[in-house]
Design a protein around this ligand. Structure first.
Ligand SMILES: Nc1ncnc2c1ncn2[C@@H]1O[C@H](COP(=O)(O)OP(=O)(O)OP(=O)(O)O)[C@@H](O)[C@H]1O
Ligand SMILES: [Mg+2]
Length: 272
């Protein structure tokens, strides 16, 4: 049984990439985040993922592959604010993608909100992702031809919540992130900090248990970065758990717990 207080429980997680593939981020990320079913990166130049979609090969198959995560065991309690640090290539984004149900581990177990996700279909994973997780990335991933409001409404596509209620929620989230007067602006007419605020409002639309953020301040100057971190702190104060990847020590300092990765292993964890 899982402890009811944990949002994440990882045990013995390994990730082996069996071939060199296109980076996992890029123009395909939007489709992966908000699509139903398999998260196939069709937009990434047609480069297939191992096993297709987010499925992976059998456990233990390291033949000709590169082990990018090794024996990661980790619990994150509800309401925690965790910063994930480590040098480039240490496996931070790979781990975040596993946590975000955007990829599957090669071995080990992952329980999200007490539920073992390893047996779930791609469809179930998409549903669970949409209902319980919010994402924020370095490069915002807003739809360029959609307004701020339409971008925030994107994760509501498959929600059972009535449209009118979602729209009210989206407007109130945009107000909360300080963009009440920009709801009909398109991304190109917003500053980087404002675009990231839109992305944060979007991440919150479905009232997620957990926000996953990969270098959310990486493209922002330090003042704007501080504003965005204040927003993360406010979101965390309302009880939402956060796992945030950052190179920036000042950003990591805002988190309650810092986990450090090196070569795919946890080498330090201030929370254990
Ligand atoms: N889709 C993939 N196919 C093959 N190898 C991959 C894939 N994605 C990542 N890797 C490899 O896994 C390792 C960890 O990559 P990852 O992107 O998780 O690092 P990171 O800690 O996020 O680095 P950075 O700080 O530069 O973003 C790297 O050696 C990378 O080359
Ligand atoms: Mg990364």
């Amino acid at each position: 049984m899982s402890a009811p207080g944990n949002v994440i429980e990882l045990a013995g997680i390994r990730k082996v990439f069996r071939q060199v593939l296109a980076p996992q981020e890029g123009s395909g990320m939007l489709a992966r985040l908000f699509s139903r079913g398999g998260a196939k990166p069709a937009e990434q130049g047609g480069v297939p993922e191992p096993g297709g979609g987010i499925s992976d090969g059998a456990a233990g198959d390291v033949e000709g592959g590169v082990e990018v995560l090794s024996d990661i065991s980790l619990n994150i309690a509800r309401g925690e604010f965790v910063a994930l640090q480590g040098t480039s290539g240490s496996g931070k984004s790979t781990l975040l993608h596993l946590l975000g149900l955007l990829d599957r581990p090669t071995a080990g177990t992952y329980k999200l909100l007490g539920r073992d996700v390893s047996g779930l279909s791609d469809d179930d994973l998409s549903h669970l992702r949409n209902a319980t997780l919010g994402f924020v990335f370095q490069s915002f991933y807003l739809v360029p031809y959609a307004t701020a409001l339409e971008n925030v409404l994107l994760p509501g596509m498959y929600s059972n919540t009535p449209q009118a209620e979602l729209r009210q929620r989206a407007l109130s989230l945009l107000d909360r992130v300080g963009l009440a007067d920009r709801v009909h602006f398109k991304p190109a007419n917003l500053s980087g900090g404002q675009q990231q605020r839109v992305a944060m409002a979007r991440a919150l639309l479905n009232q997620p248990e957990l926000i996953l953020a990969d270098e959310p301040t990486g493209q922002l100057d330090s003042a704007t970065s501080q504003e965005i971190m204040r927003l993360f702190a406010q979101v965390n104060e309302t009880g939402t758990s956060i796992v945030l990847v950052t190179h920036d020590e000042a950003v990591a300092g805002k988190a309650g717990r810092v986990i450090r990765l090196a070569d795919g292993r946890i080498i330090a964890d201030s929370g254990s």
